[in-house]
Structure formats: C-alpha cells, structure tokens
Design a protein around this ligand. Structure first.
Ligand code: ARG
Length: 562
C-alpha cells in the first residue's frame, strides 16, 4: 500500500468510528506547505450530511484515528485535516524498497506508436511512441504483464499504388530511402497516368484475393517501411520490436466473422448497400442518428471493423484486463464509437477500454509542427539535431570531458530532452516544440534532472565513497531532510498514479520536485563534513536511485558525469 492509500485507509476507519461511516477521507498531497504534507478534505462534506460542525467532526476523526508512528494530525481551515508524516516513519520507509509491485497486477495491452506504413512516420506517431513507451515501462515496473501492440496501418487501397510503384522502381531503388517522396511520387503517377492507376487498382484486387506474388511484393514494401520505423525506435531507445507489430492486416481474416456476429446480434442495418450500425447516442447536428459503417457497399472494410476485431482479440485471446489506446485526440470520436460498438456486441465485457488521447505538437509559429517543409526534416534528422545541440551545450558546460563521454552525454541528454519535453506536459493539451526550453539546465527539463543525478554522483566521487556499500536507516530531523524524505516516500504513489491514468507528467513533476528538494537539502545540510555524514549520504544515495529509476521509467538515461 502506498503512503497516500495508507493514510486514507486509517482515516476512513476513523470517520466510521467518529459516526460518519462511509465518508471518504479524501487524502491528497497538501496544496500548501502550511497544511502539512497531506491534507484530508472529507470532513467538510460528511459534516454537512450529518448536520454537525466540520471542525468538530474533523477533531473527532483525529481523536479516533490510528496514526501512531505514522503522522501527526491537526484541524486546519474550515475543517480540513492536515497531516505531517512522522520523521521516524519516513526514515523506516527509506530503508525499504523504492518501488513495490502492485498486489494484483493486471495484464495490460498498450496500443501505441502505430504509424501508417504508407508514409513516413509523423510527429503524432512520435508522441504516441514516447508516451506509450513510458506508460508500458511504468506498468511493467509495477509487476503488470504488458503486451505491446503496434497497430500499424498496413492495409487499404492506398497500398496498391505503392506496390505498383515499387515494382517499377525496383527494390534496390534509392528512392526508397525517402518514403515520403516515394509516396508523393506514387500518388502523382496515380493521378496523372491512367495506365499506372489501372495497374494500381489491379494490385489492390489481387492483394485482396491473396495472390501470392502480389502479397509478397506488398510484404516487401511493408518490411521496407517498417525498417524506417525501427530506425526511429532504435534512435529513441524505445523497446518496440518487430514482434510487437500486429497491424491492421493481421485482422483481415477475422473481419467477415465480426460482421456476421454483428448481424447475428441484430445490430446491422443495410443502407445503400453498406452495412451499418446505428447507435442511439451518436447523432449528427440535425439530431439524426449517424451510422457507423462496418462494411462498404463494395465489400471493403473500414477502420472501425478492424479495430473491433482487434479489440475482441485483445479481450478474448490476449485476455487483457485493460487495453490502453495511446492515440491522437483527433480520434476521440472513433474510440467512443468503437467502445460503444464493443459494448453493443458484448466484446470485452469486464475489460477496461481506455482511450488516452494527446494533443498536437506545435512549432515555434504555434501551428502544427511539421518535420518537413518542402525538403525539410525527417524524424530521424530531428533526433540527430537534438543530439548535436546537446553535445554543443555539454561541451560548453564541461570542456574537460573526453570525446567518448561527450557522445554518451549527447545521446542521453538530446534524446532525453525531446522525450521529457513531451512527457512533462499534461498530454491532453497541445504543446510547443522549443529547442531552447527543452535543453535548458533550469526548470522542469531532462537536463536539469540528469544534471542533478550527476551532481549526486560527484558527491560520492569527492568523498571517495562506494554508494552501494552504504547501509542502514537515515535519521530525519532538519526540515530540509523531512521535505526530501517525504518526496522519496511518495515515489510509489506517483508511479501508481501514472499507471492508473497513463499520464507520465505526474512522474515528471514528482522528479522535478524531488530534485528541487534535494538542492535545498544540499544547500542547508552539510553532507560530507559533520556528524550526520552517514545518514545524509543515505539520503543522497536514495535520491540518486529515485532519479535514475524515475527517469528510466520515462525512457530516459542518466550519465554518471556531465
Ligand atoms: N494507424 C493509425 C493512424 O496512423 C492509428 C492506429 C491507432 N490504434 C488503433 N487501434 N486504432 O492514425
């Protein structure tokens, strides 16, 4: 049980003893330091319900609460309970593991990255990849079995012209180095050249019929495109590998069955030859129910049908308890419809189906960020630029580092900065891509946290100490020690919060607070000289560990020196 849940459990019980059974204590980190470490707000609503004074009820709760050795409680404001965690409790907690697995970790599918393989990977796929990777790491760290599903767009009529173009260019063509151009050329030919367009259409027909040679060519194109994606994954250091790919085409054979099933369940309506599902809650501006098309009049299937088949597979075959879709906010309606369809068809009953949307990445001009303007930048070039900029900064900050060290730092800081800039914002809003802000050594940035980590390592170096050899329990007494130990004790609940909400910015904010608390501690509490040396070194070591593990959960590396 994490600290916050522990406090809530103790106070919930106290509310019952104080005559307010069922009242939730509503415990959260205190909004302001004068309200203590945590604050419980439940007495306000409970008192109103019972017709008693909130401050009196709050006091009764405190009197009957079992907080011995855990926290000191006091009534504050109109009836809040403020809680200060006992120094002894914090010290003991710091001697235990930093992170414990959940009591009953669920099996979770994380659907992320999922580029459209017709084109080169786009910025919103980069966001999905970065966020999904962090969420998957967090769930795994809590003991969940995580099934990564890269639902790539590898099927559809658009592939006809790409395969036809590939046949003409040959597989060794240099043009394949730039898939965005390849796509543009294929589209241009499709528009301008009727003979080519006819061949492209025939490719589609043969593909759908499963013609062996055509399928092999299509596979070839998919492999080439997937190689481009894998290069981005490798440059980013995310754990996506070929075995996580289960694209739209993987569900082709299931589609007729899904549609038959919808028919058997009485959900299908035919409209102009297309098969549709009408669900009452989806209406257009005119108030009329809008159809969800599952099969077009030409027999082709759509995004919804594939996703429904994928959902059923994840629920029934993979037996996931949660399915997390880390997908662009612009697809919100699609997922509401998908989940409603699933409910109507009775797929995934009892499975938590969650669309976790994210906003658009904006450029300096506040318009959607483009990796390419004309002959502009590819995602890989963007990552290279991040490394180059980081290297220049580090060389300026610490010119005495060896070239090898600088390369390693440039990698960790450059890639870390790009990831952290994304992860540290509430993902539901848009955010502006800004090199200077993300590479700043001040503020809520990756370099700030990486530098904080390296600084702690230098304390050990200076003292000629082996951090791993330190043992025992620290003593907490100075207020800066208390503040730091409290942040360290909150690591578990923060990570659990990220797992529950798929919002990595909670962990970023936490690590930033932790690093700030460490700075105050280090300024005010002598570590290497003085009587508290052993205890304070333990606090240093624990902080370094939390920073390293916390950053790693975000997919960001640390370096021993910067
Ligand atoms: N490939 C799609 C795109 O590029 C995203 C797929 C998201 N996942 C899903 N199960 N629908 O927009």
């Amino acid at each position: 049980m994490n600290l916050r849940h522990l406090l809530a459990a103790r106070l919930d019980a106290a509310f019952a003893r104080a005559g307010a059974a069922g009242a939730p204590a509503i415990v959260a980190p205190a909004a302001r330091p004068e309200f203590g470490d945590y604050q419980a707000n439940g007495a306000m609503a409970a008192a109103k319900r019972l017709g008693v004074k909130p401050r009196e009820l709050a006091q009764r709760v405190i009197d009957s609460a079992d907080l011995d050795g855990l926290a000191h409680a006091a009534v504050t404001g109109p009836g809040f309970i403020s809680l200060a965690i006992a120094d002894e409790w914090l010290a003991a907690a710091l001697a235990g593991p930093l992170l414990r697995p959940l009591a009953a970790p669920p099996r979770v599918v994380v659907d992320y990255s999922h580029p459209n393989l017709a084109k080169e990977m786009q910025v919103h796929h980069l966001r999905s990849t970065i966020i999904g990777d962090a969420v998957a790491r967090v769930l795994e760290a809590l003991g969940c079995e995580v099934l990564r599903q890269n639902h790539v767009g590898d099927w559809g009529t658009g592939f006809g012209r790409l395969v036809a173009h590939l046949v003409d260019c040959g597989e060794d063509s240099e043009q394949l180095a730039d898939l965005e151009r390849f796509y543009t050329e294929a589209s241009a030919r499709f528009q301008a050249d009727t003979a080519f367009a006819d061949r492209a259409r025939q490719v589609v027909v043969r593909l759908q019929r499963g013609d062996v040679e055509t399928v092999a060519r299509w596979r070839r194109y998919i492999d080439i495109s997937m190689t481009h994606c894998q290069a981005v994954y490798d440059a980013l250091g995310v754990g996506l590998r070929p075995e996580h790919v289960r694209g739209e085409s993987a569900y082709n054979d299931d589609l007729p069955g899904v549609v038959e099933d919808l028919r058997a369940k009485g959900l299908l309506t035919e409209s102009d030859g297309a098969l549709c599902v009408f669900l009452d809650q989806f209406r257009g501006k005119d108030g009329k129910v809008t159809p969800i098309i599952v099969r077009k009049s030409d027999g082709g299937y759509l995004y919804h049908s594939t996703d429904l088949a994928a959902l059923r597979y994840r629920a029934e075959t993979l037996r996931a308890a949660r399915v997390l879709y880390i997908v662009d906010a612009r697809q919100a309606l699609h997922f509401r419809q998908l989940f409603a369809l699933a409910a109507a068809a009775d797929y995934g009953a009892g499975v938590s189906l969650e669309h976790h949307p994210f906003g658009t990445m904006l450029g300096a001009d506040n318009r959607p960020f483009k990796t390419r303007e004309g002959a502009g930048m590819r995602l890989l070039d963007l990552l290279d630029e991040a490394k180059a900029r980081a290297r220049a900064l580090v060389a300026e900050k610490n010119p005495r580092l060896s070239a090898g060290e600088m390369d390693a730092i440039a990698q960790a800081v450059g890639i870390g900065a790009v990831k952290y800039a994304d992860l540290s914002k509430n993902r539901t809003s848009d955010y502006a891509f800004d090199w200077n802000a993300m590479l700043s050594f001040d503020g809520n940035t990756a370099p700030y946290l990486q530098y904080a980590y390296a600084r702690i390592q230098s304390i050990f170096d200076k003292g000629g100490l082996d951090a791993a050899a330190l043992a025992g329990k620290p003593t907490i007494s100075a207020p800066e020690e208390h503040a730091l130990a409290l942040r360290l004790a909150r690591f578990q609940e923060t990570v659990e919060q990220v797992a529950a909400t798929a919002m990595p910015h909670h962990l970023c904010a936490h690590l930033h607070e932790l690093a700030t608390a460490f700075s105050r501690f280090y300024e005010n509490c002598p570590v290497l000289d003085g009587e508290h040396r052993a205890s304070r070194l333990l606090l240093c070591r624990r902080t370094a560990l939390a920073l390293r593990i916390g950053l790693r959960l975000l997919g960001i590396e640390t370096v021993p020196r910067m």
